[in-house]
Write a protein that binds this ligand. Structure first.
Ligand code: FES
Length: 134
């Protein structure tokens, strides 16, 4: 639990994504993710180089598990390719935080990885649209 609390209190790769700060972080894609049941939310900003995540920033509000889970996932996915990330299942977070917590709070624990996968799918849709136009 100390590990989870540490990620909650000192989230890795977190920071403001407001428009005033956008020059600090180029977002190839900015994506919101949330749990409608509780209203908790994260917004993530991803940068890619050759289909690999090179930078990750997020901001969010919500329960300890959702925010710590997003911080943990940020460290997991930096350096990974889109395909590697899309192939990740919920076990990517379960293996780190433990089954007891992950299974009792599945929506909270997977908010981070689900939002990253959503972002990649949205980016791929945008890229497909651009190719269709050009
Ligand atoms: Fe809302 Fe955990 S209670 S994400």
């Amino acid at each position: 639990m100390d590990f989870i609390l540490d990620h909650y209190e000192n989230p890795r790769n977190s920071g403001s994504l407001s428009d005033e700060d956008k020059n600090k972080h180029r977002c190839d894609i900015k994506q919101n993710g949330g749990n409608p049941g509780c209203g908790d939310i994260v917004t993530i900003c991803l940068q890619f180089e050759d289909n690999v995540i090179t930078d990750f920033k997020f901001e969010g509000e919500g329960c300890i598990v959702s925010q710590a889970g997003t911080s943990i996932i940020s460290e997991v996915v930096i350096g990974k390719s889109k395909d590697e990330i899309l192939a990740m299942g919920p076990e990517i977070i379960t293996d780190i935080i433990g089954e007891e917590l992950a299974l009792s709070r599945p929506k909270c624990s997977t908010l981070g990885i689900s939002t990253v996968k959503l972002a990649i799918r949205e980016l791929e849709k945008e890229e497909t649209k651009k190719q269709a136009v050009s």
